[in-house]
Structure formats: structure tokens, C-alpha cells
Design a protein around this ligand. Sequence first.
Ligand code: CTP
Ligand SMILES: C[C@](O)(CO)[C@H](O)COP(=O)(O)O
Length: 258
Amino acid sequence: MSDVSRPSPTGVPAEGRTGARTAVVIPAAGRGVRLGPGAPKALRALNGTPMLIHAVRAMAASRAVSLVVVVAPPDGAAEVKSLLDAHALPERTDFLVVPGGETRQESVKLGLDALPPDHDIVLVHDAARPLVPVDTVDAVIEAVRDGAPAVVPALPLADTVKEVEPATVSGEPEPVVATPRRARLRAVQTPQGFDRATLIRAHETVTGDVTDDASMVEQLGLTVVVVPGHEEAFKVTRPLDLVLAEAVLARRRLNDGF
Ligand SMILES: Nc1ccn([C@@H]2O[C@H](COP(=O)(O)OP(=O)(O)OP(=O)(O)O)[C@@H](O)[C@H]2O)c(=O)n1
Ligand SMILES: C[C@](O)(CO)[C@H](O)COP(=O)(O)O
């Protein structure tokens, strides 16, 4: 039996979660509006292979991951199933495909609803971060196994960040209201890792506008911890990110000698 069956009042089991099985939910149901017109973002090609397949392979590269749940565009579940069948994926990993929702939060919840009961650690990973290295995935899993209820990979910022009063008319100058101390800020990536029961509780309890799953756990009053992220775990959001992703893949091919 897994250690998470004996949570402490803070949600953190004293013994950690060594040996718990890990599932990954990959929200891939977004349109990719910021990337511009075309197929849903997760289905667009990087070096000839759909971004989603890169993301699935990145997760399945971790030997700790035994199940990947892909949350497909609402009308694209059959296409995503065919894609998974058509690409080589590790045999030790099981795959499920479910249709997604209107928002990222809804899509993640639909993925969680599809999880079988025997996985006590859940990662949530954007299909839009196709190049995350396996060491980052393993570091997140390790920190959840060690007892953290929620773990995020993150990097320090290169830019100074300003808080502004957002303009009501696009393009109007925006007054700055604060400059948070950059040394205390981190840019958060995925996969984000969770004790399964904690993540489900967060999705059942927290409503409103959130941009990641860890912030929902913060709203439960639980501690979220940060582990080092990786530059190659960047999110493909705008057209220039596609250029960077292709360049990273080209460098990997060179380093691998083919
Ligand atoms: N309704 C949604 C919206 C987003 N996502 C997923 O959440 C991840 C992060 O979202 P983002 O990068 O914002 O993707 P899009 O919503 O597709 O991008 P945009 O906001 O530019 O449309 C992506 O893998 C995306 O497919 C999802 O599963 N369901
Ligand atoms: C979850 C996330 O990738 C963490 O940085 C990010 O918040 C997703 O934002 P998006 O606007 O849905 O791409």
C-alpha cells in the first residue's frame, strides 16, 4: 500500500511517497491562438513530428511514469489516438486519450477524472512544453516522493518584472504600480507534480481564474516547493518559439551524432 494513505494534517506524509505509481496528465486541447492560424497547437509539427508526440515521449522517458493521459482537442480525440498508435512509444507506459474542455483548468480536471485509482502521484504537463529533459521530470517526481504535496520546476528571471494597472484600451500606456524584487521571482514551468488526492481536492475546491495547477494547491493553504527547471522546458506560445524549438532539436541531433 502506498504511503499517501497516511497523510499528515498538512497533506504531507511523514514517510514520503517512495514507490508510489506516477501518472501524467497532458493538457493538449488548446487552440494555440498566440501561435497564429493553423491546426490545434499540440498537433503542429516540430521537425516533422507533432508537438504532442514530443511531449508524450518526454514524459514516457521517465522510468517512473507508468500512465500518460492525453487531453485532446474536444473534437480531436480519435485523431490523437491514431497519432499515438502511429508513433513509437515505450511499451512500459500505458496511454489514455480523453476529450478536453474550454479552459486549461477544465481540461486538466477531465484528465484527472479519467485516472484509474492506482496512481498516487500525478504530474500535469503542457503539450506546449515538448522538449523538457527527463532529468527535470525525474526531479519533480523525486520531490513529490520525498513528501511535498506539490512541486513546480522553475527558473530565475532574466528580465525585471513590473506590476501595472492594465490598460482598458489596447496599446494605451500602462502605469507601473510596483516592481517586485527579481531575486525572489521564478518563472514556473511544467511538469508540475502532485500528491494525487491533493490535486483532486484543489480542482474540486478552487474556482476562478488560475494559470497553473500549483496555484490551486496554494489556495488550499498547502506548501508548493520549487525545484530547478530547465531552459529547454520553455513553452511554445508564439511563432518565434517554434524557431527555438526546431533549433534545440537540431542541436540534439548533432549531439546524438545523427
Ligand atoms: N482549453 C484548453 C486550453 C489549453 N490547454 C492546454 O494547456 C497547455 C498550455 O496552454 P497554452 O500554451 O496557453 O495553449 P493554448 O491555450 O493552445 O494557447 P493560446 O492561449 O495561445 O490559445 C497547452 O498544452 C494547451 O493545449 C488545454 O488542454 N485545454
Ligand atoms: C502552466 C504554465 O505553463 C506554467 O507556467 C502556464 O501558466 C500556462 O499558461 P498558458 O497561458 O495556459 O499557456
